[in-house]
Design a protein around this ligand. Sequence first.
Ligand SMILES: Nc1ncnc2c1ncn2[C@@H]1O[C@H](COP(=O)(O)OP(=O)(O)O)[C@@H](O)[C@H]1O
Ligand SMILES: [Mg+2]
Length: 262
Amino acid sequence: MTETPLLELRGLGGGYPPISVFRNIDLSVGMHESVGFFGPNGHGKTTLLKTVAGLIDPWEGDIIFAGNRLNAEGRMRARTSKNLNYDLFRKRRIRAETVVNAGLIYVMQGNLLFPEMTVEEVLDIAPLAAKGRTGITAMRQRVDDLFPRLQERRGSKIRYLSGGERQMVSIAVGLLALPQMLILDEPTLGLSPKLRIELAQAIRKIRDSRVPLIIVDQNIEFLTGLVDRLFLFDHGSITREIDSGSMPKHAEIMTMMFGEAN
Ligand SMILES: Nc1ncnc2c1ncn2[C@@H]1O[C@H](COP(=O)(O)OP(=O)(O)O)[C@@H](O)[C@H]1O
Ligand SMILES: [Mg+2]
């Protein structure tokens, strides 16, 4: 990649003190690039993304977005108190608000939405995260075009939606924040194959509208065709980078990650 990166992670490490979850993450994502992460459950993909999103403090390394460092400089200091609530009053080293204001928008794993609100109510408040960015009306129109199903369900409370519909709302909420870059954490979790294909079509349209994406998914067929590069993630580290031209099949990737026995 030759162009100036939009997102750069330099030597990023982090976790849930005192447990280190990921380390030495070096990554550059270009202005018009989409990248994927694939790896086993519980190996730290979500923890890495939550750190990038400013929800968890990085221990070391830097998160640079559009040329600005989003985290406090230096390494996280060792624990200085035995108080059990220490992590609650430890000074934060990154703020989610800074990240959102910069336009780096993270759509969490698991469709965490407000169950008692209607689809329409959720979509109406979502642009609050767009802060100074312009283009809400056009994006709302785009979201309606991308997910016609949400128009039909607009009066329904979130708790009555199917998993697929909730996922659509989650992605719509991310889009209505007018992202400079959108991070999708396991968007196909729990979806039927048919819905997965529908969602892939919608995400391809988002990518084609030049919103750079980071997508984590357990389904390699889903990622193929959506990303320019794929990173294999194993035990808290990026272990391999694969170009979109040589995307493996599911069976091949299992062999790459777990050896011939699989
Ligand atoms: N809030 C938390 N507190 C402590 N440990 C956690 C927390 N969330 C996840 N973990 C642990 O961190 C590790 C990485 O989890 P996660 O980042 O969710 O992995 P992945 O997204 O790759 O499935 C796991 O061992 C998990 O149990
Ligand atoms: Mg995860």
